[in-house]
Design a protein around this ligand. Structure first.
Ligand code: S3P
Length: 440
């Protein structure tokens, strides 16, 4: 099948049905990387088979792990108890999480590897990871522009550091912890707010001890170097960041009721659901259970009359990838939705503040852009635009959801990027009754 150059979403009749979101992206990267760092076999169930994660699978294979797909979403990683010298460049594609965690992990071993990515990943800052790794004793050589990929990481003989982050970032925290696993001494990372803790949880599942101590609104995580990881079974629940799209469609398309089953409900990932509830969303969670060490549930969204809210800035870390789709639901809400303290959005797969502002404005929505945030004034959504997505999967999916309830169709470019995090998105949405079609 050839990939269409554009996708167009049209105003749809009520959406309904039950579906599942693909496996969590954050956990999928970590399961592959920790499996490769461990000794023995790791059986993964529910791996996200999106382009970002497949790039990480190829990367850990290049670092010497055995990687085998044993069924849909089922992968076996055979770790060598460490990374070996790769004989090729490590191409992380579009994946910021993949490259940053792999750089951290690789720094702890006596290997030298060149990391690179696609045009979008090459624009993203890497010094935030490189700085602490150099402080630990790794060598980093920028092969192009400073602070950008490609970069060569030469690792081994690291010393532990105490690192304090000014902005909570799970990627940086994880990179430092993965390096710290092979550093001399106890590595600590302090965060002003708590970022997602999948690395900490998974390190424990692989047999390492990880300390956590509350510090104000945040915490300090500590890890003693020299601990050995042992392969284990990892079950990966549905990604709340992906579930957000069909659920948002359920909220904004009149008459809808959409259920996404098996969604991970780790409290450090559910800021969007909390915010939607404050906006008046009819969002219910059933069948709550603990599975694979994470809280999981079935989430149902019914069409709701939403009202604008001020999103607390301290909530940003728990929903940083969800602001684009929040902005879409805000466009259909009564009144203003204020999203501030989210400057990090500018260094994601695209500058998500400026892309959302441009896309929503093109669709006739009133939006004010700020340096570290944006404000959406909800009401009528005329639509009738083609939105430039700058290679960003979440910008594409967000505007397609907008088009399902806008007055006129909304088209997006570069729809193939959706497969980085949500393969099968269009088919899944069509299965719920969404009118999304290929266009030129
Ligand atoms: C992620 C952390 C977040 C998020 C990204 C996934 C992770 O990035 O935006 O999509 O898996 O650790 P930051 O740590 O840079 O905030």
């Amino acid at each position: 099948m050839t990939t269409p150059s554009h996708l167009t979403a049209r105003r749809s009749r009520a959406l309904s049905g039950r579906t599942r979101a693909p496996g969590d992206k954050s956990m999928s990267h970590r399961a592959l990387i920790l499996g490769a760092m461990a000794s023995g076999t790791t059986e993964i169930d529910g791996l996200l088979e999106g382009d970002d994660v497949l790039a990480t699978a190829r990367a850990v294979q290049a670092f010497g792990a055995g990687v085998e797909r044993t069924g849909p979403g089922r992968w076996r990683v055979t770790g060598q108890g460490g990374f070996r010298q790769p004989d090729s460049l490590i191409d992380c594609g579009n994946a910021g999480t993949g490259v940053r965690l792999l750089m951290g992990a690789a720094a702890g071993y006596p290997v030298s590897a060149v990391f690179d990515g696609d045009a979008s990943l090459r624009k993203r800052p890497m010094k935030r990871v490189a700085g602490p790794l150099v402080e630990m004793g790794a060598r980093l050589d920028w092969l192009g522009e400073e602070d950008r990929l490609p970069v060569q990481v030469s690792g081994g003989a690291l010393a532990a550091i105490d690192h304090t982050q000014s902005v909570a970032s799970a990627q940086i925290k994880s990179a430092i912890l993965l390096a710290g696993l092979n550093a001399d001494g106890v590595t600590t990372v302090a965060e002003p707010e708590r970022s997602r803790d999948h690395t900490e949880r998974m390190l424990r599942a692989f047999g390492a001890e990880v300390g956590v101590e509350a510090v104000g609104e945040g915490w300090r995580v500590s890890l003693r170097g020299g601990q050995r990881l042992t392969g284990t079974a990892v079950w990966i629940p549905g990604d709340p960041s992906s579930a957000a799209f069909p659920l948002a469609a359920g909220l904004v398309v009149p008459g809808s009721s959409v259920t996404v089953e098996g969604v991970m409900l780790n409290p450090l990932r559910t800021g969007l659901f909390e915010t939607w509830r404050e906006m008046g969303a009819d969002l219910t969670i059933s069948n709550r259970r603990t599975a694979g060490g994470e809280e999981v549930g079935d989430v149902t969204a019914r069409h709701s009359e939403l009202s604008g809210v001020v999103v607390p800035e301290a909530r940003a870390a728990s929903m940083i990838d969800e602001y684009p789709i929040l902005a879409v639901t805000a466009a259909f809400a009564e009144g203003e939705t204020v999203m501030r303290g989210v400057g990090e959005m500018r260094v994601k797969e695209s500058d998500r503040i400026s892309l959302m502002v441009a896309g929503l404005r093109a669709c006739g929505v009133d939006v004010a852009e700020e340096a570290e945030g944006f404000v959406v004034a909800g009401g009528a959504v005329p639509g009738g635009a083609t939105v430039h997505t700058a290679h960003d999967h979440r910008i594409a999916m967000s505007h397609l959801v907008l088009g399902l309830a806008a007055e006129r169709p909304v088209a997006v470019d570069e729809p193939d990027m959706i497969a980085t995090s949500f393969p099968g998105f269009v088919e899944l949405m069509r299965g719920l009754g969404a009118d999304i079609a290929a266009s030129t």
